[in-house]
Design a binder for this molecule. Structure first.
Ligand code: GLY
Length: 395
């Protein structure tokens, strides 16, 4: 890894302790959330909720977004927690649609194949042993591998899979697509997926993480030489600010890469990114849409906090009890989840078919501001499940 002088970063001591969340509170929150999913799921067998809601209501779209599998993932979580066949029936109908999607070049022209096939087909395979879903997810991994650019040593994130300079870049969100590759190596016995994931990871670590532990959203490389060119934002406030959700993808992505590689450097990096994020949270612990904002009336992005929360809960499993920072992260997780349960859910918004209020999709483009987002809902539910049981990951 590139050697750079890292800036010191304060430990977020204010999270050192937190009121525990009781089983009843957690069960109540899960019941509320799964009740919403159950109430509206029959509108989403052939079609999927859109990426974000409009006035907190999701409208149905075809299986064409990068987000569709978050709904399938919630159905699997509900099935796993309740054993109710109804959830499984709808999840299976959705999984069928992911089999079809595999063969549609246009809808597969994205690195988010990881999100898409982990929460649909891998979840199905892990829960029910469905071999067809296993095969589909392995094909998906092969398609993701095709986006790897050997010169720049990264998997191209967005756009058609060419070497055009305008698309020759990575985004921090890509860290979340690596579990598909790690899983594919474990499952197939072929190390090529793991090796590619690790090369991509190294490129992200070397270029996207800044010395102060904030992150660029996207980073360009030179298609002629593979050399790093510059970091730029797409969904954040400015090129040199830190987009909250990008930082959160980084936190959770590091936890996953640690899980699969056991590379000790990732623990230190995880702590730095998490501290940067936690140090910038307002009084109710839910991030603004960009971490340049720490107070005032800017929109929150509850989805960023839900993602970071799951990353913190995952890493908590790997930090030994003797780790001096463990209590801080545990406190942060409890405070964040309590804040969500008490003030950010749709329990008092009966017309909403979403779960988590006050997310942001793409503020600079004016899309999905102060709305439920499908991934925000998913990670909120995943966090509840993680707190309620020893959850075996779909990732
Ligand atoms: N991965 C796209 C987003 O977070 O908006």
């Amino acid at each position: 890894m590139k050697q750079v002088a890292l800036e010191a970063i304060a430990k977020p001591e204010r999270f050192l302790s937190a009121r525990p969340l009781g089983k009843e509170e957690l069960t109540g929150a899960f019941k509320e959330a799964s009740g919403k999913i159950s109430k509206y799921m029959h509108n989403f067998t052939e079609r999927f909720p859109d990426a974000c809601a409009s006035k907190n209501v999701y409208h149905p779209v075809a299986n064409c977004q990068w987000t569709c599998s978050f709904h399938t993932g919630m159905l699997w979580l509900c099935y796993e927690m309740t054993g109710e066949q109804g959830f499984r029936d709808v999840a299976e109908a959705q999984v069928n649609s992911f089999y079809d999607r595999l063969f549609d070049e246009k809808r597969m022209a994205t690195h988010d194949i990881g999100f898409l096939y982990t929460l649909s087909c891998i979840a199905d395979y892990k829960l029910s042993g469905n071999e067809k879903s296993k095969s589909a997810a392995l094909i998906a991994a092969d398609l993701l591998m095709r986006r790897y650019k050997p010169l720049g040593q990264f998997i191209q994130s967005w756009g058609p899979n060419t070497n055009a300079p305008e698309t020759y870049r990575v985004i921090i969100d890509s860290m979340m697509n690596l579990p598909l590759l790690y899983w594919a190596s474990q499952t197939s016995g072929n190390p090529k997926y793991y090796d590619t994931a690790v090369c991509h990871l190294e490129t992200v670590l070397n270029n996207i993480i800044r010395p102060d532990a904030s992150t660029f959203h996207t980073y360009y490389f030179d298609p002629e030489t593979g050399a790093p060119v510059k970091g730029m934002t797409n969904q954040g406030y400015s090129d040199d600010s830190c987009w909250s959700r990008g930082q959160a993808w980084g936190i959770y992505g590091l936890a996953f890469s640690y899980l699969y590689t056991k590379d000790e450097r990732l623990i230190g990096l995880y702590k730095r990114l998490a501290n940067y994020f936690l140090n910038r949270l307002p009084d109710d612990y839910i991030a603004y849409w960009d971490l340049i904002f720490t107070e005032g009336n800017e929109p929150r992005d509850s989805s960023a906090s839900a993602i970071a929360l799951c990353g913190i809960l995952e890493m908590d499993k790997h930090l030994p009890d003797s780790d001096p920072d463990k209590a801080v992260y545990k406190g942060a997780a409890l405070r964040t989840l309590r804040s969500m349960i008490e003030n950010y859910t749709t329990k008092d918004v009966p017309e909403s078919n979403g779960l988590l209020l006050h997310g942001v999709y793409h503020l600079p483009a004016g899309v999905g501001i102060d709305e439920c987002t499908l991934w925000g809902d998913y990670f909120y539910m995943e966090a509840l499940v993680r707190m309620l049981k020893d959850w075996k990951l779909y990732w």
